[in-house]
Ligand binder design. Structure first.
Ligand code: NAD
Length: 483
């Protein structure tokens, strides 16, 4: 679509003419959370912006990631709650579900949200070009981008090309119809009879939740000694216990050596299922950037500084392609910082990577922010100043934790669950450094903990914050009162 909403290449009389090439302030490749956020902000600031998207606006998050997964998970949770309603004194007999309808609703939700983004960009008069864009050339003054037959010029380029599912080099994985990635799993209109999930990370455990709640036998195969290896392990242990009791077979320290049709050969035996979901991480998407041969890269993606600048003047990058933290909310914040820098906004914005919340939508949910005990144990005394010089082993932090049942609302709404809320503070300053939780709906109040970590609140300051009663979030105050 042209900037005026008309047909590209035609003048005001409807005649095809060679229009003078318009030079944009900013060209963005990729219309996911990083790309569309940047487009909206820069357009709002009165800049001419063009954004290229080869699939659908909204990127992975909206189309084949966060939103469709959460929509399916919500249906699964409704079914789970109905079939477990008895513990709340509710009788629900003959409960069933229609998976095709569940998937249909997911598609409707995605369409609605994608349309919302289109509308927002239109309202800001941002030029949206649907197609695969590639960089043709770059100087310090301009970047030329090709998309289809057309070429476009811009002063600045923001690369937001995202990431794609990583396919590990396991024999028998490629072109195997039994093997799915998360996109295929989301698209299937039929529920698998049984499922093996390779990779017990975030994607793996969310799909394990979906299938288990809908009655599909699930086996999770994880190479590391634990599932969700980057999270607080006390929190993970609670999930692990519940999921094992619920019947999910979880194998850790297990490597897949080969896949033969529906059979997965591992270092711990052979397993069979109708489908095998492979979710072992994602990789930065670098297609279309080949002309930027001086662009500095590392194994995980494009190297950026604290303002999302690459080593090439006028080229920025944001989102999964930077290989930092592959989360939609990180991507959109990175986009804000990048555009702020381009616009030379004062004060310059930066990202507080120490205060990025993350949520795993298992049942119960896990939500955390900040440092874990494992992170802190890896820090040596010399990294902290000044030393207290005692004979005791140096422990730079203090931990307090309580079951979620310290919240009345949690007890009322989570029959049979205990949950956990753990807070880590700096031993000397008493600043809150990390919060790790399991229990529904902790995803909804982890932002309060992020705020505390971001602002460097001490326990004394946090104690002055009033929480509404009765809410599950009050558990945070309860734990902090222990310090
Ligand atoms: P991940 O890195 O979270 O997990 C991959 C897991 O696979 C790890 O535990 C790893 O040890 C394991 N693994 C790797 N190779 C293996 C092998 N050969 N056999 C068995 N296990 C193996 O990656 P993911 O789950 O694919 O997710 C990709 C990205 O998407 C992540 O950055 C994640 O944070 C993000 N994501 C976030 C959310 C959310 O915020 N709720 C949801 C989905 C995805």
């Amino acid at each position: 679509m042209c900037r005026d909403g008309g047909e590209c290449g035609k003048d005001v009389f409807g005649e095809f003419r060679k229009l003078e090439i318009m030079k944009y302030f900013l060209a963005i490749i990729g219309g996911g959370p990083a790309g569309y956020t940047a487009a909206e902000i820069a357009s709002k600031a009165g800049k001419d912006v063009i954004i290229f998207e080869q699939n659908a606006l909204g990127g992975t998050c909206l189309n084949v990631g966060c939103i469709p997964t959460k929509t399916l998970l919500y249906s699964a949770k409704q079914y789970y709650n109905a079939t477990h309603a008895d513990k709340y004194g509710v009788k629900a007999d003959g409960v069933s579900f229609d998976y095709a309808k569940i998937v249909q609703r997911k598609t409707k939700v995605v369409r609605k949200l994608v349309a919302g983004i289109k509308q927002k960009l239109n309202n800001e008069h941002c030029t949206v070009v649907m197609g695969a864009a590639s960089v043709v050339s770059r100087t310090d003054e301009q970047v030329v981008i090709a998309c289809g037959e057309e070429q476009y010029e811009a002063e600045n380029l923001l690369i937001c090309t995202g990431s794609t599912n990583f396919v590990p080099p396991i024999p028998g994985i490629k072109d195997n119809p039994a093997v799915w990635d998360s996109t295929m799993a989301l698209d299937s209109k039929e529920l698998p009879q049984s499922m093996i999930i390779v990779g017990g990370g975030v994607i793996g455990m969310e799909f394990a939740t979906l299938y288990q709640e809908l009655g599909v036998p699930v086996t999770v195969i994880e190479a590391m000694p634990t599932i969700l290896p980057n999270l607080d392990q006390e929190v993970v242990a609670i999930l692990l216990e519940k999921y094992r009791k619920a019947g999910i077979q979880i194998l850790t320290e297990t490597k897949v050596t080969e896949i033969q049709g529906n059979k997965v050969v591992t270092t711990n035996g052979e397993f069979e299922a109708e489908h095998i979901l492979v979710s072992v991480g994602r990789r930065a998407n670098m297609q279309g950037l080949e002309a930027l041969n001086d662009l500095e890269m590392f194994r995980g993606g494009i190297v950026v500084d604290e303002f999302m600048r690459t080593n090439l003047k006028n080229v920025y990058a944001a989102g999964d392609v930077t290989g930092k933290i592959m989360l939609a909310h990180v991507a959109s914040r990175q986009a804000e910082v990048a555009v702020g820098r381009m616009l030379k906004q004062i004060p310059l914005q930066r990202i507080a990577y120490n205060a990025i919340p993350s949520v795993v939508y298992t049942n119960p949910e896990i939500a955390c922010v900040g440092l874990t005990e494992k992170d802190l144990n890896e820090i040596k005394e010399g990294d902290f100043a000044p030393s207290m010089s005692t004979d005791e082993p140096f422990v730079p932090y203090e931990v307090h934790k309580l079951p979620m049942t310290y919240s009345g609302r949690f007890v009322a709404e989570n029959e049979g669950e205990t949950g956990l809320c753990k807070v880590i503070v700096d031993k000397r300053s008493k600043a809150i450094m990390g919060v790790h939780m399991i229990g529904n709906p902790c995803s909804e109040f982890v932002a309060a903990a992020s705020f505390a970590v971001r602002m460097g609140y001490t326990v004394g300051e946090f104690k002055q914050v009033v929480f509404p009663h009765p809410t599950v979030g009050e558990v945070l105050r309860e734990v902090i009162a222990e310090f």
